[in-house]
Ligand binder design. Structure first.
Ligand code: MG
Length: 280
């Protein structure tokens, strides 16, 4: 099942997206918003599977308000190598501010007076459905609601100047995700997913999630030894090689560019870039 959040008749609603593109909303008594689904995942999923009311509505980020966005750095060896570093022995954790979330079709925007080096990072997003606290890797995937496409957009000049990454990766609009959360039952092996990023139709990143240094299960186990992963948390699992800043010459995003994050079986997330002439 593909779970989406939509704007319908002025209200935000959680629903489903069919392979043919139909959006359906659950019947009365079903979850209204994504957070309602998390209150009782089993009942919520049952109600969504029974959704029949097909509507015309615009897609928002499928998880409009993640509880946290936990990110993993240098989780593909070839990406670590292109940045002249090594993949860490244990998952390297940082956070992205939840105020950065946008949905499919929304614009990635930035103030050119703040950053001049905006870059893409195609990543598999993992959406936690059940609280995970001190779970072993063997049981970790039981806590996953589903998977989505995520772009860990990064202001490289701020990233390198700050020395840590939170500000550079948290600018407003710098966390596009979607279009849907594909439930875990439809993704039997999250380590076997072709993933790519296209900028203006040109393939910039192309890899498989099997190349992750630390698997989704290992990441959940590692994080949950330190802090509970909460329903509605999103994990950005790291990006493969092919980002713009390490190319020779570097390629950086500019006004009007179209960025696509595509993961086979999970979806295709498209956003366009815009640099407003003034602060927004
Ligand atoms: Mg990243």
């Amino acid at each position: 099942m593909h779970i989406v959040t939509v704007r319908y008749e002025g209200a935000e609603r959680v629903g489903t997206l069919s392979p043919s593109g139909d959006i359906a909303l659950p019947d009365d008594g079903g979850p209204l918003r994504f957070e309602d689904l998390l209150l009782d995942v089993d009942a919520g999923l049952t109600a969504l599977r029974a959704a029949t009311g097909v509507v015309s509505a615009g897609l928002l980020a499928p998880v409009p308000r993640p509880r946290n966005i936990v990110c993993i750095g240098r989780n593909y060896a070839d990406h670590a190598a292109e940045g002249d570093s090594e993949a860490p022995a244990e998952p390297l954790i940082f956070m992205k501010h939840t105020g950065s979330v946008i949905g499919p079709g929304d614009e990635i925007r930035w103030d050119p007076g703040l950053t001049g080096q905006v870059d893409w990072e195609a990543e598999l997003g993992v959406v936690i459905g059940r609280r995970a606290w001190q779970v072993p890797a063997e049981r970790a995937l039981e806590h996953v609601l589903g998977y989505t496409c995520l772009n860990d957009v990064s202001a490289r000049d701020l990233q390198f100047a700050d020395g840590q990454w939170v500000r550079a990766k948290s600018l407003a609009t710098f966390c596009p995700m979607g279009p849907a959360v594909v439930t875990a039952d439809e993704v039997p092996d999250p380590q076997a997913l072709p993933i790519r990023c296209l900028v203006n139709g040109v393939v910039m990143q192309e890899a498989s999630t099997k190349q992750m240094v630390h698997s989704v299960a290992a990441i959940i186990a590692h994080c949950s030894r330190a802090f509970p992963l909460l329903p509605g948390d999103v994990i950005a699992t790291g990006t493969p090689s092919g980002v713009g800043v390490f190319r020779d010459p570097p390629i950086l995003l500019k006004d009007g560019d179209e960025v696509v994050v595509e993961i086979d079986g999970v979806g295709r997330l498209t956003n366009r870039c815009a640099t407003p002439p003034v602060s927004f």
